[in-house]
Design a protein around this ligand. Structure first.
Ligand code: UGA
Length: 431
């Protein structure tokens, strides 16, 4: 038997952000992994070692997997599955109109692979799915000799590889001790705390974690807004809170509101789960609403600072929903750009990773300097470290106005003031 045959054979279905990170990291752990995707365009890129989206370090990891022979890609789902001991489902679960998660891809993949699954194999659900999905997939597969396990992902865009390699915890929700042990063994080399539970609790841990983090940020931005209106300094207030070990210092950065492909979708999905279960969702609804209000507040900071709004030029630095990614899904930048465009402003955006205008009416610049030229306001919405290299006095001179609104507190306020700007910072207001 070849060395490859002795390795654990894993199929990862879906080579998006979660699937590709999972596949490359599992291959890096020494497993033999086949990534399956329906898109030929995506597979063509992957086969030459290129991730179809920007994630730091991922191209290198894909290449090293291809070179070692531990990582392969194919369109042929049935063939890949038929040779696997583990099949990871990493397909999208987007929002339906009522906010609940759309499981149609999980359903069609389950049906497509059910007869190809080897006896004794384990289906591992990594996609974020509502409580009860594991048992639903078991029903769809209808194979008593195949276990279905929930093993939610906790990757963070921009640091997905290190989140996989150094996880705070690995959650495995399975019905049998054997399946728990077999899935745990896949991660032995990660040396992480592994929490084994039932599938429903594992599914809820994922939603509860994301909605807790989103709620925490809504609280942070509520305190930030209060400080902006009362001359408090939210950075110090939040630091003071974070020093209490029960609160903790991470994830307390005020900003323009939260976005991305996970928090908004997962909060809505948990609300849908709660309402279906007859459970109260007033708190989560308020969290969502308050986050939308934050976008409006930031747009108002801009419009109110300009008086007569119409036709003024806003240079918007940062379009991705956070630094380290080219993902613009539910990005605060686009929400705020829409509000500014609606109020008659000219918005020119720049982002180091987003090249195409993602919104009608939004113009794109090739550099921050080009965006800022003759602008009335410079509005920073994504915390790209590269912005720190900007020549602030030169930027100031090239603008028509002198307003600098830093919703991520990327810049040192003294540097901005010294360059001549009138400055607004998240959690501080105008200084
Ligand atoms: C989030 C979770 O953090 C991951 O644990 C989870 O696995 C992932 O969703 C997912 O479900 O796949 P992600 O959406 O990549 O990860 O990004 P985060 O770093 O959590 O940021 C989410 C939003 O909160 C962004 O808009 C970010 O700018 C904002 N944020 C984050 C702040 O405004 N302040 C902070 O202190 C942290």
């Amino acid at each position: 038997m070849s060395a490859r045959r002795n390795k654990t054979q894993i199929t990862v279905i879906g080579c998006g952000y979660v699937g590709l990170t999972t596949a490359s990291c599992l291959a890096d752990l020494g497993h033999s992994v086949v990534g399956v995707d329906a898109s030929l365009e995506r597979l063509n890129l992957l086969e030459v070692g290129k991730a179809p989206f920007f994630e730091p370090g991922l191209d290198d990891l894909v290449n090293s997997g291809l070179n070692s022979g531990n990582l392969k890609f194919t369109k042929n789902l049935e063939h890949a599955v038929s040779e696997s001991q583990f099949v990871f489902l990493c397909v999208p679960t987007p929002s339906l109109e009522n906010g609940s998660a759309d499981l149609s891809i999980i359903y069609s993949v389950s049906k497509e692979m059910k007869d190809a699954l080897p006896s004794g194999s384990v289906v591992v659900i990594k996609s974020t799915v509502p409580v009860g999905t594991s048992s639903q997939v078991s029903d769809w597969i209808s194979r008593p000799d195949v276990e279905v396990v929930s093993n939610p992902e906790f990757l963070q865009a921009g640091r997905a590889i290190s989140a996989f390699q150094n996880p705070d915890r690995i959650v495995i929700g399975a019905r049998t001790a054997d399946a728990k042990e077999r899935v745990s063994n896949l991660y032995t080399n990660l040396n992480s705390k592994i929490l084994c539970t039932d599938p429903s609790s594992a599914e809820l841990i994922k939603y509860a974690s994301n909605t807790y983090l989103a709620s925490r940020l809504t609280f942070v931005n509520t305190i930030a807004e209060l400080c902006e209106k009362t001359q408090g300094d939210a950075t110090t207030v939040l630091q003071g809170m974070g020093l209490d070990k029960r609160i903790g210092e991470a994830f307390l950065q005020p900003g323009p509101g939260w976005g991305g492909s996970c928090f908004p979708k997962d909060t809505q999905a948990l609300i849908a789960v709660a309402s279906e279960a007859g459970s109260d969702s007033a708190f989560l609804n308020a969290v969502l609403e308050s986050n939308e209000d934050r976008f409006t507040q930031i747009a108002k900071v801009v419009t109110q600072s300009l008086g007569d709004d119409s036709g003024k030029k806003i240079a918007m630095l940062g379009l991705a929903f956070k630094a380290g990614t080219d993902d613009i899904r539910e990005s605060p930048s686009l929400k705020i750009a829409s509000l500014l465009l609606e109020s008659g402003m000219k918005v020119v955006g720049y982002d180091p990773q987003v090249n195409m205008a993602p919104l009608q009416g939004l113009e794109m610049a090739d550099s921050p300097e080009e965006a800022a030229k003759e602008a009335d306001v410079l509005l920073v919405l994504t915390e790209w470290k590269g912005f720190l290299g900007l020549d602030l006095p030169k930027l100031y001179k090239s603008m028509t106005g002198n307003l600098f609104i830093d919703t991520r507190n990327v810049f040192d306020k003294k540097d901005l003031v010294d360059a001549g700007f009138s400055v607004w910072r998240a959690g501080e207001g105008w200084i």
